[in-house]
Design a protein around this ligand. Structure first.
Ligand code: F0G
Length: 351
């Protein structure tokens, strides 16, 4: 049975005797070894961390469960967040399970269909604003200052605490930290959390070698890469369409302390990686998640030598969340036939 992040990692989390050890079964996600794409990279070992296997289909559940538990500990009965979709789906699910009023503020028309469907089904109060994620985050911050509502975006440190557990799992699974971690960057909470997790693990085990952190933004939403706020961020990877990341400084720390990089990938690089993961590895993630592999392929194709290295690409969310993008993939073969086996055999060249 999956114990959940709080029960499994309570000694490393801000858990007191009054913290309810709530769970929807988050964490303990698969680390899958690459079977085909590894040949293109030329590294020793390549793994994908399937965060889309969390209960609401994204990594957000790891941090949300801690933020919600701490809110419940305080006696708060109302939570809120701004979101590009996944945070709101996660907040709404925990809100439903623990009977908390959940308010989500999202950019109108910019949320992938599956994520909005989740928020609706879980019963969230949904405010769709005529603005982008950065504006939604400003509004929700003010809202939570004025009213007794718990903010559950990743500026809430409990979110980062929960999300760092993914690093612990990776270390447990491969027996060490990887040489390189590749990860998409949006609001920059997750890269911050992974780095915190690796640092804490090293404090417990001095022999651990820390990974190089490689974060990737989408080209049209790359404020950290260009060192400039993007007023009107654009990318097909709607989850990371963010122009002013809340954890900007912390992401830069993670980059610099690990001798890593934060770079950008184009939408076409993202789509290519997204399609490769599905068609060559059987892993269907959402476009934003594929920014991690797109970044790795960009570096490998530019001639970076990864021989002898172990690499983990974090795949942050499930591909089913964004059916509009997946419907742009051309099927290998998809035709209509009569309900007659000989007809189908002829069509499939099996006669
Ligand atoms: N991948 C996915 C699928 C995401 O949903 C997000 C962020 C990221 C990557 C980037 O993570 O923000 O910690 O750097 N989604 C947030 C949301 C912003 O509202 O769901 P980050």
């Amino acid at each position: 049975m999956n114990l959940g992040v709080l029960e499994r990692y309570k000694e490393f989390l801000p858990v007191t005797s009054n913290t309810p050890l709530i769970s929807l079964g988050e964490g303990d996600t698969p680390l899958v070894a690459s079977n085909r794409i590894i040949d293109e990279v030329g590294c020793e070992r390549l793994f994908f961390k399937l965060e889309g296997c969390n209960p609401t289909g994204s990594f957000k559940d790891r941090g949300m469960v801690v933020a919600v538990a701490k809110a419940m500990e305080k006696g708060v009965s109302s939570i809120a967040c701004a979101s590009t979709g996944n945070t709101s789906a996660s907040a709404a699910a925990y809100g439903a399970h623990y009977n908390l009023r959940t308010t989500i503020i999202v950019p109108k028309g910019k949320i992938a269909k599956g994520k909005l469907a989740q928020a609706v089904a879980y019963g969230a109060h949904i405010a769709m604003i005529d603005g982008n994620f950065d504006q939604a985050l400003n509004i929700v911050k003010e809202l939570c200052e004025k009213h007794p509502i718990e903010l559950v975006n990743s500026i809430n440190p409990n979110r980062i605490e929960g999300q760092k557990t993914a690093s612990f799992e990776i270390i447990d699974d491969i027996g060490s930290a990887p040489d390189h971690l590749f990860i998409p960057v949006g609001n920059a909470g997750n890269i911050t959390a992974y780095w915190k997790g690796f640092l804490e693990a090293k404090r417990r085990n001095k022999k651990l070698t820390l990974p190089v952190m490689n974060g990737f933004q989408a080209e049209g939403s790359a404020p950290i890469v260009n060192n400039q706020i993007v007023k009107n961020p654009q990318t097909i990877a709607s989850a990371i369409r963010i122009g002013n990341p809340a954890s900007w400084e912390k992401a830069i720390n993670a980059r610099d302390e690990s001798n890593g990089i934060i770079d950008s990938v184009s939408d076409s690089d993202i789509l290519e990686a997204y399609k490769k993961l599905a068609s060559m590895e059987g892993i269907f993630c959402e476009p934003a998640s594929a920014a991690s592999l797109a970044g790795l392929l960009k570096k490998a194709n530019a001639g970076e030598d990864f021989s002898g290295k172990s690499i983990v690409c974090v795949l942050t969310g499930n591909g089913l969340k964004d059916p509009d993008i997946s419907s742009t993939i051309e099927p290998v073969s998809m035709n209509e036939y009569s309900a007659d086996i000989s007809d189908v055999e002829r069509a499939l060249d099996l006669t």
